[in-house]
Design a protein around this ligand. Structure first.
Ligand code: ASP
Length: 339
């Protein structure tokens, strides 16, 4: 009892210290005189079209938050194979969507396990702007979306997802395929087969220096019903700190959550790492945790600091990302760890 009291006292003292201490200002990366802005970065080759969508906002002096919402809505609407209602279902045959969004003032919102709604990212933004909460899941998220005027789409799988699901049902084995978000890998191998996971994450710095991020996914294909990955979780799939920078993740969500991935990348930048170094160090941490099993998964991070410097790092080859500082995005191959 006595030691518990002591613990509580010392925690309270610690918290009081936290409340008054300035936020480690000395450790913040210095503001560069030549900040690159506006700029937007997003995951996978789907990021090319998404960045073009975001650029319509950023290129005309718009708000980073509007850019990251508009940008990933492009991918959600494409419904070809990846993000949104065209994605692969869970193992019971339902497409369940996860998304989150964060602005430059630590405002954030997310939805998880959302069904039959075309733009989960916009529902996440409504959670942020119109509720006292940061995450709403499942049926409650759908109820909220409908109450907010989003229409309920028909419950059916896209032709590709239906085919992949029927194929998967033959074995019902949960074996995520690495790099399935990369459309080149999808069509030509080495992975081939059913598409197991897909996410678009986007980070933007606008002309006024405001940072925002978004992340949206149908999650891991054939996941257990109710499974939630990293993508709707602030701190795992996405994190933004205006004094430092922003980061986002894609790949095996469970392993991103294990290290609070996006937050870790931002904290490493706070300690002075470049965005590239920070992404690399976070990936190295995951590799060390996974040991020999690291080769069976893919995880990748992208980062953007407050000076407009970008970085990315993946566990394995095959991850690419799109960067825009004009209306023409550049698609880049990421550096990776396991050679
Ligand atoms: N991170 C997503 C999840 O675990 C999937 C992905 O990015 O491929 O749900």
């Amino acid at each position: 009892m006595a030691s518990r009291r002591k613990f509580l006292q010392s925690s309270a003292a610690g918290l009081a210290g936290l409340a008054t201490a300035p936020l480690a200002a000395a450790a913040l990366p210095p503001a560069s005189p030549s900040v690159v802005k506006p700029i937007v970065i997003s995951t996978w080759d789907a990021g090319v079209n998404a960045n073009k969508g975001a650029w319509k906002v950023l290129g005309s002096g718009g708000y980073a938050l509007d850019a990251v919402e508009t940008g990933v809505m492009v991918t959600e609407a494409e419904q070809g194979c990846c993000v949104g209602l065209g994605g692969n279902p869970d193992r019971d045959g339902y497409v369940t969507l996860d998304a989150c969004i964060m602005d430059e003032k630590f405002n954030c919102g997310g939805v998880a396990g959302l069904e039959r709604i075309k733009h989960p990212i916009s529902v996440a933004r409504r959670v942020m702007e119109r509720t006292p909460h940061v995450l709403i899941v499942g049926e409650g998220a759908q109820q909220f979306a409908v109450a907010q005027g989003f229409s309920l789409e028909p419950q059916h799988l896209s032709p590709d997802a239906k085919k992949a699901y029927e194929q998967w049902l033959k074995t019902s084995q949960y074996k995520p395929v690495v790099n399935i978000e990369n459309s080149k890998s999808r069509s030509t191998g080495p992975v081939g087969g059913p598409q197991n996971h897909d996410t678009i994450a986007m980070l933007a710095l606008d002309a006024q220096g405001r940072l925002s991020g978004s992340c949206t996914t149908s999650g891991m294909a054939f996941k257990m019903r109710g499974r939630v990955g990293d993508s709707p979780l602030i701190g795992s799939g996405l994190f933004v700190d205006p004094a430092v920078g922003a980061a986002a993740a894609t790949g095996q969500g469970e392993d991103v959550v294990r290290i609070a991935g996006a937050h870790t990348v931002v904290e490493l930048m706070r300690q002075g790492r470049t965005p590239q170094q920070a992404c690399k160090e976070a990936i190295e941490r995951i590799a060390a945790i996974k040991g020999a099993k690291a080769k069976d998964i893919q995880v990748a991070f992208i980062a953007l600091d407050k000076n407009g410097r970008t970085g990315s790092y993946a566990l394995q080859t095959g991850f690419n990302y799109a960067v825009s500082t004009t209306d023409t995005p550049r698609l880049l191959d990421s550096e990776f760890l396991l050679k």
